[in-house]
Design a protein around this ligand. Structure first.
Ligand code: SF4
Ligand code: SF4
Length: 235
């Protein structure tokens, strides 16, 4: 119904499924019938996605967004024809850019896994309403995208501080935390979407969840060492 519903995940999924180009058609900017103005969200998402594509070596022209009214059939046909020709000219996805098929697949999978994190970090810009083409160019920069991926935050539970209160485990939206009663909790880094909920949820008096950036995440404590022996039981 609305171009604002087109998530970054949809676009990356299309490319992961081998589509050579993605076109998003939205209503004209400032002519939205709703207060949400979802077409601005779509535009910002496309600007971000195009920079991400550049970052992983894909030609950003494979992704296009245009705004037009439902009555502009001729314009729609012209734009689609032009885009179709452009994509043909660019060649098959990845091959046209000289990227190995498996390498591209793993890059797209890596970015897809980070979507919740990307959306959280860039939330403010994704919600902005740009007024002119110059602003479009400046919304996301290549340096910013490089920084976004080189400084990705990971979360880690300090085994010496975890009190097995299970709060983080219950709040994690993707069941990435393993633990139980009297068991030191651990985060499965493969499942973690870096939402930061566990960091916020861990009671300050424990402060067991750590934010890590720019350094490797320590390996999880072995399963046989996760049982917490409470002082009262030690006696
Ligand atoms: S950062 Fe989010 S997804 Fe990752 S373990 Fe914590 S709550 Fe779960
Ligand atoms: S909320 Fe903190 S103390 Fe409680 S189980 Fe999670 S990491 Fe451990």
């Amino acid at each position: 119904m609305c171009s604002g519903r087109v998530d970054l995940a949809f676009v990356l999924r299309a490319f992961s499924n081998g589509m050579d180009g993605v076109f998003i058609g939205g209503c004209r900017l400032n002519e939205c019938n709703y207060v949400t103005h979802g077409n601005y969200h779509a535009l910002n998402m496309v600007l971000l996605c195009r920079k991400i594509m550049e970052h992983i070596g894909l030609n950003p022209e494979r992704l296009r967004i245009e705004f037009m009214s439902a009555g502009e059939g001729i314009l729609f046909a012209e734009v689609m024809s032009e885009f179709g020709n452009k994509v043909k000219q660019l060649g098959p996805l990845g091959k046209g850019e000289g990227i190995d098929k498996n390498e591209l697949k793993s890059k797209l999978a890596e970015i897809t896994k980070l979507i919740p994190y990307i959306k959280m970090v860039k939330n403010e810009k994704l919600g902005s309403r740009l007024q002119n083409i110059e602003e479009y160019e400046k919304l996301f920069t290549s340096d910013e995208i490089y920084k976004l991926f080189s400084e990705v935050i990971s979360y880690y539970i300090d085994p010496d501080k975890c009190q097995a209160c299970m709060i983080c485990l219950k709040k994690c939206p993707v069941e990435a935390i393993a633990g139980g009663k009297n068991q030191i909790h651990v985060i499965d880094q493969e499942k973690c979407i870096k939402c930061g909920t566990c960091f916020e949820a861990c009671p300050p008096r424990f402060g067991a969840v750590k934010k890590i950036s720019g350094e490797p995440v320590p390996p999880p404590i072995p399963e046989e060492e996760r049982t917490i022996i409470r002082k009262s039981k030690k006696k």
